[in-house]
Design a protein around this ligand. Structure first.
Ligand SMILES: *[C@@H]1O[C@H](CO)[C@@H](O)[C@H](O)[C@H]1NC(C)=O
Ligand SMILES: *[C@@H]1O[C@H](CO)[C@@H](O)[C@H](O)[C@H]1NC(C)=O
Length: 397
């Protein structure tokens, strides 16, 4: 009699336990459905490998099979050996690449001005560093500062002083194993005011500005990615991870570090982590945002992580540079990074904690951020408010 009661009790307990496990499983499954990862769509012949490889013929890797395509990018990719290097003077070098694009694309004259400008100079990728007149402002090598576990590489623009200062005062503060650098183009803008002396002061004051001598416009963002990779090769080859973010992002550094430290080693080695788009297609509305003419690019985009903020493994830096020499230029830097990863046979990993289009009304709610890794866009004021709330020992969620 007694024991049957025991059994009843035990089976009730087991049922409850099963229910709890199911609920946890179901809520995790819901999260991952909202952010479909690329697991089902491995590109190329080496799916989900964490070892980069670069085959002699990239066409198949990049999905370029079948008959010769008619769009310019696709044709270029089909034929491309390597892009002319910045140093090369043979047959006009990088300028000649752009000039050829202008004559070979039948409706080039109807392209938006920034896209025409992009194509004319897209193969020109080596630019000298911009340094303040009168010295100072050198960014120290990692052999001097110590090799960071996580490098925060924040894309900014010369005039965005407040955004940079907000990052320095909040999530970009000095922390063990973490180093902050900003990536910028020339402070002498095209047709704008000359911010050279202000940026020079800032550069000497903080020594965290990597500046290069090119126009800082959206279609030149890929230059920041590539010039950073080249800088790392020389000055910080052993960095473990690199966070690429915009200056209006807010990063929950402790949560990000915890996530990175917990990654399986095979993932960590080929890491490309962020908010991943797997089925994106070019937008064809002339005059609209992110417009891409059909005569320039056909087909879908590779799986790529949103450029608002993503993390890559430091050891991939030289590989990405090699891939970029053989992947035809594309105007959007995050799509281009996706193409380079695809060329290497690596896939992006989606994480629901990266929210690069965060609703503005969540921006001041510290509880909404607690389980996230990176959100944007935030104003400098909102970043500071959020930081204060997060540091508040009284915070209750
Ligand atoms: C590269 O690969 C594509 C697709 O597999 C093939 O059609 C093309 O002939 C190859 N090109 C060269 C130069 O081998
Ligand atoms: C990028 O910078 C280079 C060098 O300053 C410039 O020639 C080019 O026009 C810029 N690209 C765009 C799209 O403006």
């Amino acid at each position: 009699m007694r024991c049957s009661k025991c059994l009843l009790c035990l089976s009730a307990l087991l049922t409850l336990l099963g229910l709890k496990v199911y609920i946890e499983w179901a809520s995790e499954a819901r999260l991952s459905k909202a952010y479909p990862g690329p697991r089902g769509t491995p590109p190329g012949p080496t799916p989900a490998s964490s070892e980069p490889t670069l085959p002699a013929n990239l066409s198949a890797r990049l999905g370029q099979t079948g008959a010769l395509p008619s769009a310019y990018w696709n044709q270029q990719q089909w034929r491309l050996g390597t892009l002319p290097s910045g140093e090369s003077t043979e047959a006009g070098g990088c300028q000649a690449w752009g000039a050829a694009a202008a004559t070979e694309i039948p409706d080039f004259a109807s392209y938006p001005e920034d896209l025409r400008r992009f194509l004319l100079s897209a193969a020109c990728r080596s630019f000298p560093q911009w340094l303040p007149a009168g010295g100072g402002g050198q960014v120290a090598s990692c052999s001097v500062t110590g090799v960071p576990y996580l490098l925060l590489a924040v894309k900014s623009e010369p005039g965005r002083f407040a955004e940079r200062q907000a990052v320095r005062e909040t999530w970009g503060r000095p922390a063990p194993g973490v180093r902050l650098l900003f990536l910028l183009g020339s402070p002498a803008g095209r047709g704008g005011p000359d911010l050279g002396s202000l940026v020079a002061w800032e550069s000497r004051r903080y020594s965290d500005l990597l500046l290069w001598d090119f126009f800082d416009v959206p279609f030149n963002q890929t230059l920041k990615d590539l010039l950073l990779l080249a800088w790392l090769g020389r000055h910080c080859p052993d960095v473990t991870f690199i966070l690429q973010a915009q200056d209006d992002a807010f990063v929950h550094i402790p949560a990000l570090l915890q996530h990175l430290r917990g990654l399986p080693p095979t993932w960590a080695q080929g890491l490309y982590l962020g908010e991943v788009f797997t089925q994106a297609m070019p937008l064809r509305k002339p005059g609209g945002p992110f417009y891409v003419p059909g005569s320039f690019f056909e087909g879908g985009y590779p799986a790529y992580a949103s450029g608002g903020g993503y993390v890559i493994a430091g050891r991939l830096a030289p590989w990405l540079l090699q891939a970029a020499a053989r992947v035809a230029p594309f105007p959007f830097n995050d799509v281009y990074t996706g193409l380079c990863f695809r060329a290497l046979g690596l896939v992006p990993r989606a994480h629901p904690g990266f929210r690069t289009a965060w609703p503005a009304d969540s921006a001041t709610d510290p509880c909404a951020l607690r389980d996230l890794l990176l959100v944007r866009p935030l104003s400098p004021q909102d970043s500071i408010r959020l930081w204060k709330h997060l540091k508040d020992p009284q915070l209750q969620c």
